[in-house]
Write a protein that binds this ligand. Structure first.
Ligand SMILES: NC(=O)c1ccc[n+]([C@@H]2O[C@H](COP(=O)([O-])OP(=O)(O)OC[C@H]3O[C@@H](n4cnc5c(N)ncnc54)[C@H](OP(=O)(O)O)[C@@H]3O)[C@@H](O)[C@H]2O)c1
Length: 246
């Protein structure tokens, strides 16, 4: 099969490219740095020519509400139109667990708009929703650092290794369209403040965690929304084990 991975140079995309290539498929990593821009449509028709499957693991360069909404709606529209024109038979999108339950959070609204464009786009599809990546914890901590204090709420997360997400996305890409959502999550639920403590215990840098329910990106999220439900596929990599190797 020819599989085009949009966002194929990113954290998830580069791992998906490697996995599907190892499985013997023809793979193209599509991104602005390889001449494909979903915002403008540049390079899409040529890249999708002869493609069986398109995987969209691109991300908005800005997390600000209007910019993210514009990115995900315009990109999804251009992509799906090009897929219809070139006869792509399966579109796989990576989204976020609980994304439709947090309407106050602009970036999540943008991801919901992306999912809706996929559902209504007329190309057979599968949506994989993942929880927060392990790789995302350190940047979230950095954003909430003041001096030597990392202020984090106790909002419960069930983070997952990006390698486990990439494996699930690669599996979806090589399977049949599900016309539905598959949730994937890591093995353990922790408050974000506890995840900060686990991180600093493994990699001490002089900072300490202060629980602050009003601080940072995940403050005020409805409890339980981000951890998924019983139907989620649970990946095996534990955060503490992953920290030892990363
Ligand atoms: N972070 C989390 O915890 C989390 C959890 C669940 C789901 N997700 C979702 O996972 C997806 C992938 O995230 P990631 O961390 O792997 O992203 P990332 O590392 O930031 O990579 C983003 C990719 O998108 C490409 N891109 C940017 N603008 C583009 C454009 N105009 N046209 C085509 N491609 C473009 C980038 O290309 P260049 O290299 O050329 O810039 C890069 O390949 C996102 O959609 C995100 O919402 C994230």
């Amino acid at each position: 099969m020819k599989i085009v991975v949009v966002g194929g140079t990113g954290l998830i995309g580069s791992q998906v490219v490697a996995l599907v290539r190892d499985s013997g498929h023809e793979v193209v990593a599509a991104a602005p740095s390889t001449g494909v821009d979903t915002l403008t449509g540049q390079g899409l028709a040529e890249t999708l020519e002869g493609a069986d499957v398109v995987v969209d693991v691109s991300n908005s360069p800005s997390f600000e509400t209007e910019a993210a909404l514009d990115f995900f709606t315009r990109s999804a529209r251009h992509l799906i139109e090009a897929e219809r024109e070139t006869g792509v038979r399966h579109h796989v999108t990576l989204s976020i667990v609980g994304v439709d339950q947090v309407p106050d959070y602009g970036y999540y609204r943008a991801k919901v708009a992306q999912e809706e464009a996929v559902r209504g786009g007329g190309v057979p599809y599968s949506i994989v929703r993942a929880t927060q990546f392990f790789e995302f914890i350190a940047p979230v901590m950095d954003m909430s650092t003041q001096g030597a204090k990392v202020r984090l709420p106790s909002t419960r997360l069930r983070p997952i290794a990006s390698a486990d997400v990439a494996a699930a996305v690669a599996e979806a890409a090589q399977g049949e369209p599900s016309y539905g959502v598959r949730n994937i999550a890591g093995p353990e639920v922790h408050g974000l403040d506890r995840l900060g403590e686990i991180t600093l215990a493994a990699k001490p840098d002089g900072r300490t965690v202060v629980t602050d329910e009003a601080a940072g990106l995940f403050a005020g999220m409805p409890d339980g929304v981000l951890v998924g439900d019983d139907t989620a596929h649970i990946a095996s990599t534990r955060y503490e084990d992953w920290l030892k190797q990363n």
